[in-house]
Design a protein around this ligand. Structure first.
Ligand SMILES: *[C@@H]1O[C@H](CO)[C@@H](O)[C@H](O)[C@H]1NC(C)=O
Ligand SMILES: *[C@@H]1O[C@H](CO)[C@@H](O)[C@H](O)[C@H]1NC(C)=O
Ligand SMILES: *[C@@H]1O[C@H](CO)[C@@H](O)[C@H](O)[C@H]1NC(C)=O
Ligand SMILES: *[C@@H]1O[C@H](CO)[C@@H](O)[C@H](O)[C@H]1NC(C)=O
Ligand SMILES: *[C@@H]1O[C@H](CO)[C@@H](O)[C@H](O)[C@H]1NC(C)=O
Ligand SMILES: *[C@@H]1O[C@H](CO)[C@@H](O)[C@H](O)[C@H]1NC(C)=O
Ligand SMILES: *[C@@H]1O[C@H](CO)[C@@H](O)[C@H](O)[C@H]1NC(C)=O
Ligand SMILES: *[C@@H]1O[C@H](CO)[C@@H](O)[C@H](O)[C@H]1NC(C)=O
Ligand SMILES: *[C@@H]1O[C@H](CO)[C@@H](O)[C@H](O)[C@H]1NC(C)=O
Ligand SMILES: *[C@@H]1O[C@H](CO)[C@@H](O)[C@H](O)[C@H]1NC(C)=O
Ligand SMILES: *[C@@H]1O[C@H](CO)[C@@H](O)[C@H](O)[C@H]1NC(C)=O
Ligand SMILES: *[C@@H]1O[C@H](CO)[C@@H](O)[C@H](O)[C@H]1NC(C)=O
Length: 856
């Protein structure tokens, strides 16, 4: 992915067509901000079961992509009615695809038939009507051993053909089907991961006259390519034969033949060829004479790169030496004299101890030095020499991520006048000197994610001085707790459009802080500790981001200021869509928290605002009756609720406050002191009171279902979090398979977080003698598991009718971060004896746990 973006940039610079910076930046920033795909969200449209075939299909929201699958039911090629651009048919049990079955798909541009492990036969002419198809992939169908000569008839516009990892063993069987008379537009052919073993002389003869530009035969167990075999591919530009086992002299031979025939390759991939100690010099000498611009030698093994390892390579523009185990590089190995056109140098994933001036070719545009950590047993700090970049006036992208860089000083980056993108994520950066970024006058993207920036230093504006052109700043997981208004770092970056502050420890932001960010479009504050705010933030500062993420914070109320902010953001953007996401917070849905907001919305809410609330999917997390239900549901049912009582109470409170009675004030103060002192217990009592209210109801329903109170089916119900699955397998192994055999109810949860707790979990808990809670950091973090803890606790208290035994068994794995501890968990850990998992003494642990479960 990344390489592709590099190549794109390269191409763009090579043609001098890169005058527009915003476009570069957009391309590159896509890689930085790529949204995390969640399967349920990317294919939201359910097309259901297709009747004639039994396949199950889903689609993206705009129906560009339809995906059909369905292991055992999907036996025939599905007949899709909706017209999408792309169709993917995968993991089915289709055995054959016959002529006519695809005729109605003539609108398709991309078709992918992948991972159908029973597919054996494709009838000739089956693609006859797919004249619009540009890209066809028939891959990972392991039983497809061959393809008929006329299989691809009709695909006159096909440009890309991907035939990766099928059951093909003989390349000679395939090429007759790829004749230019059948596939006149074919440009890219990917035959990787088929075990061909060799490419004989006559392989591509049937393709004489083809326009093929790119050929991939990576990972094909090749040990032989006949020197003449490639000659019919006159237009070939890009040849990828990586991860095969060919010796250099063989490669030399066919490259020489290709030069003689006038085939002008521009790119060759020789990664993972098993070259050792040195890149094969005779081969490099030959490549130096060709038109090749891109040379990939990654995943070989060249520990030491000497000054004379590489010959003069005047055409080379990109050199990929990632993961070649390099320990050191000679000071003149990449001398500008030897590489006058080198623009991209990739040295990531090696064991280099630092960057020094002499590693750089002065005309480089892109330099990747990431992941040079040294050997894990002997990690070293990555060092950047003073004035290293003094001559690097052309450098535009510099990647120093995943290096153990300790500190940056005002002289570290001197010389990088044209740098646009700097990435130092996952360093160990704890010191940034004042003026560090000042030389980077043209920097647009700065990534400092996952560095302990706040461990020793407060962020100051002096550090970020000079970043006038900065557009993207990434400060994910930097331990930031505060921004200071009197020394506001954002004043240094007035042109910022994207600010990512995910996973820090911010409790609030002020309007003053964000005020300088007039162009802000994207603000990500997810995974912080933000609480509700009671003074408008965006309205007051005039900042109007188009995307605003507050996912997973500590917001409990929808205050009027927040609603005003939301309204401001929705309205100021006119018709363009605005995303304001409040998912996974701790909203409390009761009159006290919501009544005023509700009234305000009734009176002052605009149409957009109401629509926003109607379509939003953030949920209440308390009280129990409303837990997991949508806030908009609560708001719309508010009319019928007994909030009038609340209203009265508030007016009485008001009266009390205004009554000038000293006694009242003293009383209140005493109360506050008491509440503060016993706050943990208080909220726990409140919690008990809450569940006690619901008690009668559930009990009735249980009686109605005739569940015998004491006949236990299981020894224990195990509540755990998906991340701790491994531990659970170990536990099952320990407790269930060795005598005396215990029976555990381990619930595979495939239901969605946020939905109601299912009847079956409830039943399972009731049929278990014990309830084991596997308490880990992940457990505490997960909303769902919190639900279960409460349920288990509830069970303990109220379904046992006063008998003395305590069914709750706690197993604690590792330390729990205090920010995740809910009242219930805190209380449990404080009041109950728990079993702490001890990796060094597992035998004892299991013995003890077993003892507890067998008791009584
Ligand atoms: C650069 O591209 C952007 C987006 O395509 C466009 O809005 C802008 O006008 C272009 N600028 C120049 C100088 O061509
Ligand atoms: C074949 O494609 C044409 C359009 O190119 C379409 O009109 C025709 O209906 C298709 N044939 C079938 C059997 O769907
Ligand atoms: C062909 O595949 C390449 C990647 O291998 C991709 O960049 C290109 O967009 C594809 N073209 C079509 C028409 O799908
Ligand atoms: C390279 O491989 C060819 C054929 O596999 C073999 O004949 C030749 O001796 C090998 N050359 C070297 C230097 O190993
Ligand atoms: C390769 O380059 C040579 C010299 O520049 C040129 O004569 C020849 O036509 C090119 N071959 C192709 C297939 O473009
Ligand atoms: C920097 O390198 C790392 C690791 O090689 C890679 O994951 C990251 O995407 C790169 N970042 C940029 C901006 O090139
Ligand atoms: C860098 O900082 C030092 C003091 O820490 C100062 O003496 C020096 O002048 C600064 N250099 C530049 C170029 O600002
Ligand atoms: C980068 O740092 C984060 C947080 O410390 C960590 O979760 C992640 O695994 C690290 N990435 C790599 C590739 O080391
Ligand atoms: C950071 O700022 C806070 C408040 O201004 C101050 O108490 C603290 O000592 C500062 N920390 C450092 C490391 O300068
Ligand atoms: C901020 O960006 C605008 C265009 O987006 C530009 O005109 C202005 O000069 C930039 N400001 C600074 C301080 O570079
Ligand atoms: C927004 O959309 C409405 C109709 O949906 C249209 O009447 C109005 O002119 C649009 N406003 C702008 C600023 O495009
Ligand atoms: C509606 O907005 C006005 C002005 O912002 C405010 O004075 C009034 O209190 C609001 N109404 C309600 C019910 O909150």
């Amino acid at each position: 992915m990344l390489l592709k973006s590099y190549l794109w940039l390269l191409l763009c610079y090579a043609q001098n067509a890169c005058s527009n910076l915003t476009k570069d930046y957009e391309v590159v920033s896509q890689y930085l901000l790529a949204p995390t795909d969640r399967p349920g969200e990317t294919l939201p449209i359910l097309l259901g079961v297709e009747k004639s075939s039994g396949c199950f299909c889903r689609a993206t929201s705009k129906i560009e992509l339809v995906v059909c699958f369905g292991n055992y039911e999907c036996k025939k090629f599905p007949q899709i009615k909706v017209k999408s651009e792309t169709l993917r048919v995968r993991t089915t049990v289709i055995v054959k695809i016959l002529r006519g079955q695809l005729d109605s798909l003539y609108h398709l541009k991309v078709l992918q038939i992948e991972a159908n492990h029973k597919l054996q036969y494709l009838e000739d002419g089956l693609f006859k009507n797919l004249t619009n198809l540009r890209h066809l992939s028939i891959s990972y169908n392991t039983r497809l051993y061959t393809i008929g000569v006329r299989t691809f008839d009709g695909l006159i516009n096909l440009q890309n053909l991907t035939l990766v990892n099928n059951g093909f063993t003989n390349i000679l069987d395939l090429t007759p089907a790829l004749r230019p008379s059948i596939l006149p537009s074919l440009k890219w052919l990917d035959l990787s991961e088929n075990p061909f073993e060799n490419i004989p002389e006559k392989t591509f003869e049937p393709m004489e006259g083809t326009k093929l530009k790119k050929l991939d035969v990576n990972l094909c167990r090749l040990d032989f390519i006949h020197p003449n075999s490639m000659l019919p591919l006159k237009q070939l530009k890009e040849l990828n034969i990586g991860e095969n086992d060919m010796n250099a002299s063989l490669i030399e031979k066919f490259i020489l033949k290709m030069i003689d025939t006038g085939i002008n390759l521009t790119s060759i991939d020789l990664s993972g060829m098993g070259f050792r100690r040195q890149p094969p010099r005779p081969l490099l000498d030959i490549i130096a004479q060709t038109t090749i611009k891109i040379l990939k030698l990654a995943h070989n093994q060249f520990e030491i790169i000497h000054d004379d390892t590489f010959p003069k390579m005047k055409n080379l523009e990109l050199l990929d030496l990632r993961k070649v185990l390099a320990l050191s590089i000679g000071p003149n190995a990449f001398d500008p004299y030897k590489f006058p056109n080198l623009k991209v140098l990739l040295l990531g994933g090696n064991n280099l101890p630092g960057v020094h001036r002499k590693h750089l070719s002065d005309q480089l545009l892109i330099m990747d030095m990431s992941s040079n950590k040294g050997i894990s047993s002997n990690p070293v700090y990555f060092e950047i020499d003073k004035d290293t970049f003094l001559q690097s006036k052309m450098l535009r992208i510099l990647n120093l991520s995943y290096n153990k860089i300790k500190s940056l000083y005002n002289y570290t980056f001197t010389g990088l006048d044209n740098l646009e993108m700097l990435s130092i994520e996952n360093g160990t950066l704890y010191y940034i000197g004042p003026g560090t970024f000042k030389p980077l006058k043209n920097l647009e993207i700065l990534n400092l994610a996952n560095n302990p920036l706040n461990a020793n230093q407060n962020l100051t504006s002096a550090q970020f001085q000079g970043l006038n052109k900065l557009k993207v700043l990434i400060l994910t997981n930097c331990g930031i707790r505060h921004f200071y208004d009197d020394d506001n770092i954002f004043e240094m970056m007035p042109n910022l459009t994207q600010l990512i502050l995910k996973n820090n420890q911010l409790k609030f932001l002020t309007a003053e802080t964000i005020k300088p960010l007039k162009f802000l479009e994207f603000l990500d504050l997810s995974e912080n500790l933000i609480i509700s705010w009671w003074r408008p933030l965006f309205l007051a500062s005039g900042i109007k981001p188009r995307q605003l993420y507050f996912t997973n914070n500590k917001i409990s109320h929808f205050s009027i200021s927040m609603v005003e902010d939301v309204r401001y953001l929705l309205e100021s953007r006119g018709n363009s869509t605005v995303d304001i996401i409040f998912k996974d917070n701790v909203f409390s849905c009761d009159c006290g928290a919501m009544y005023k907001t509700y009234l305000w919305l009734q009176v002052n809410g605009s149409r957009e605002l109401k629509r926003y609330f109607d379509h939003s999917n953030f949920h209440c997390s308390s009280p129990d009756v409303w837990e997991g239900r949508r806030i908009s549901e609560y708001l719309s049912s508010m009319k019928h609720l007994r909030c009038l009582v609340y209203k009265k109470i508030t007016s009485i409170m008001l009266l009390m406050w205004t009554a000038p009675s000293l006694v009242t004030i003293i009383l209140v103060i005493t109360l506050i002191v008491v509440i503060f002192k016993y706050r943990i217990y208080l909220s726990y009592w409140l919690f008990l009171a809450k569940i006690a209210l619901g008690r009668k109801l559930i009990k009735k329903s249980l009686i109605a279902e005739n569940i015998a109170p004491k006949g236990y089916k299981f020894d224990a119900f195990v509540s755990y979090c998906n991340e701790d699955r491994e531990f659970i397998s170990e536990m099952l192994l320990q407790l269930e398979t060795t005598p005396p055999h215990l029976k555990l109810c381990v619930y595979e949860r495939d239901f969605e977080i946020g939905s109601f707790i299912s009847e079956s979990v409830l039943k399972c808990i009731n049929q278990s003698k014990y309830i084991i809670l596997i308490i880990s950091n992940n457990f505490a973090k997960s909303q769902w598991c919190r639900w279960e803890t409460q349920l288990a606790e509830y069970h303990r208290l109220f379904l046992e009718d006063g008998s003395p035994y305590d069914p709750l068994v706690l197993v604690k794995i590792g330390e729990i971060e205090s920010k995740y501890l809910t009242t219930t968990l805190k209380y449990l850990l404080k009041t109950k004896i728990y079993h702490a998992w001890d990796e060094n003494n597992t035998v004892d642990f299991w013995k003890k746990l077993r003892c507890v479960l067998i008791k009584r």
